[in-house]
Design a binder for this molecule. Structure first.
Ligand SMILES: NC(=O)C1=CN([C@@H]2O[C@H](COP(=O)(O)OP(=O)(O)OC[C@H]3O[C@@H](n4cnc5c(N)ncnc54)[C@H](O)[C@@H]3O)[C@@H](O)[C@H]2O)[C@@H](O)CC1
Ligand SMILES: Nc1ncnc2c1ncn2[C@@H]1O[C@H](COP(=O)(O)OP(=O)(O)O)[C@@H](O)[C@H]1O
Ligand SMILES: [K+]
Length: 473
């Protein structure tokens, strides 16, 4: 499991760790790790050109101390000091190592033929986007061929949320001291961070003492451990029967995709309930599915159903349920534990049903916040789809999905996700695990299906067995 802590927790853990150490030790550790990683990225440091973008706080201090270490290893290091002040000891260390300091933007031309640029403008102490001077310098750095390495977070990104309210750095690599921050896992922050590497500064025990992390992200091992697997004595009923209530005369394809995803992701049996035409299509494509009502361990309700009235009695049953699309707004009628799977537009309607006002734009700009808010307001686990899928539980736990690709933004791919989640619920996973494991597998299947180009919901469905095998192998 990858764990991310928000700024408040990081500051508390850093204070506890620093209390037992000589002054400056933490920054020294951070700078050593950052310099070592930069040296690795450069291959050989001798004769390379490194430019530091330095803000007024300790984030700039990290960059200056790391720059001093690179200078001692033979790099030519120039610092562009963009803040109202500059970290004194860091500046002195860089000068002592043979580096140079420049005021503001006066030597921005150095960026044009730099090999590596370090973004130390602002870190966990930042608020708002880049100031105009910094934004101009960053644009020049991004236009150059240099590797752009952010210290802690890409400047301008909110470390606790991933929100960006103005101009931000788009880094190739982010080196983050101590622990991951949520802003490195949630878009738009996550997309701005590039490859993320944690630089160990000994914070681990102090973070663990603070309790639960702010945000988690599953890794392959976690998914393998959570996935329901058949034992020697298993039969199809023990593995879990999932009822798929999906599709309509208008959208029969949603039924085929959702039922197929349940078939492909480990359900012992799939019972399909829907209109005749859709039933015919489902059985023609998935002969292993069974038509009609019967005992199930969980249901998926909603994909491809524009008219809610027809399915409301199914929502009220006591078994765990995935409520997708319009059905998510009927959460209050659920007779058992519910997993809601809205995209941003649908989340607005779910929130409205819970008496909370928000616009689609607001949800898209603050995904972590609104997923949490919806879980709290509805009392259900909420899986918010889109650029960084966020799964939030009413008790405050949040998982963000590290797999996935924008190629998944294709008609019907949400129907596939709902089917996977339904099969996992039927297999006995609680809604929070079912949602986060489903998003993980769906995201991996999406990447395998797309393989760097366009894909379709049917191809994602076909890639599910390969995604499962990749995890269980
Ligand atoms: N606290 C610690 O023990 C450690 C801190 N470390 C580093 O210190 C950083 C935090 O340092 P600080 O608390 O000084 O905070 P930052 O350096 O992140 O930023 C604070 C400074 O930036 C200014 N500022 C805020 N938003 C800005 C914006 N949008 N544009 C330009 N300037 C802006 C503020 O006025 C303030 O002067 C971390 O991100 C990390 O890089 C590391 O050295 C590890 C240890
Ligand atoms: N920009 C994006 N990046 C990554 N995944 C995305 C993006 N946009 C959409 N997705 C994913 O694609 C799927 C689309 O689901 P949904 O919006 O319900 O579409 P549909 O109703 O057509 O099936 C979801 O899993 C969602 O998380
Ligand atoms: K930074």
């Amino acid at each position: 499991m990858r764990l991310a802590y928000d700024v408040e927790a990081v500051r508390a853990a850093e204070a506890a760790l620093a209390a037992g150490l000589p002054a400056g030790t933490l920054m020294d550790r951070a700078a050593a790790g950052i310099a070592a990683a930069c040296a690795r990225l450069l291959g050989s440091t001798y004769g390379t050109r490194v430019v530091l973008l330095v803000g007024s706080g300790d984030n700039g201090g990290d960059a200056l101390h790391a720059g001093a270490r690179l200078g001692r290893r033979g790099a030519r290091v120039d610092a562009l000091c963009l803040g109202s002040r500059t970290h004194q000891e860091g500046a002195a260390a860089l000068l002592a190592a043979g580096g140079r300091l420049h005021g503001g933007t006066e030597r921005a031309d150095l960026l044009d033929d730099a090999d590596l640029v370090v973004d130390g403008i602002v870190g966990i102490g930042g608020s708002g986007g880049l100031r105009p001077d910094a934004a101009r310098v960053v644009a020049r750095a991004e236009a150059s061929a240099a590797l752009l390495v952010a210290v802690d977070v890409p400047s301008g990104v909110d470390a606790s949320t991933g929100e960006a309210t103005g101009e931000v750095v788009h880094a190739d690599v982010t080196l983050t001291p101590g622990t991951l921050k949520p802003g490195l896992l949630v878009d738009p922050g996550s997309s701005c961070a590039g490859l993320v590497e944690v630089v160990d500064i000994g914070l681990g025990p102090h973070l663990a003492a603070l309790g639960a992390p702010d945000v988690e992200a599953l890794e392959a091992d976690d998914v393998a451990a959570l996935l329901p697997a058949p034992g020697p004595e298993s039969d199809k009923y023990q593995r879990g029967v999932v009822g798929v209530v999906a599709g309509s005369d208008e959208y029969p394809g949603a039924a085929v995709l959702c039922a197929g995803a349940a078939v492909r992701s480990g359900a012992g049996m799939v019972r399909y309930v829907g209109p005749d035409h859709a039933t015919y299509r489902v059985l023609a494509r998935w002969p292993e599915a069974v038509a009609g009502e019967g005992r199930v361990q969980a249901r998926v309700i909603g994909p491809g159903i524009p008219e809610l009235d027809a399915v409301l009695d199914q929502v009220a049953r006591p078994e765990p349920v995935v409520l997708d699309a319009t059905a998510a707004t009927a959460y209050a009628r659920a007779g058992g534990p519910a997993l809601l799977t809205p995209h941003a537009g649908e989340l607005v309607r779910v929130l409205a049903a819970a008496g909370v006002e928000a616009t689609r734009e607001q949800v898209e700009a603050r995904r972590l916040h609104w997923a949490r808010e919806a879980a709290r307001a509805t009392g259900c686990v909420v899986l918010l789809k889109g650029s960084t899928t966020v799964v939030a539980a009413p008790d405050g736990r949040v998982r963000v999905n590290p797999t996935g690709t924008p190629w998944l933004a294709t008609a019907g791919s949400g129907d596939v996700l709902a089917g996977v989640a339904g099969a996992l619920l039927a297999g006995g996973l609680p809604p929070f695990d079912a949602g986060s494991v489903a998003a993980w597998l769906h995201g991996l299947a999406g990447r395998l299906a797309a393989d760097g180009a366009s894909t379709s919901a049917s191809a994602v469905l076909d890639a599910l067995p390969a995604a499962l095998r990749a995890v269980l192998r």
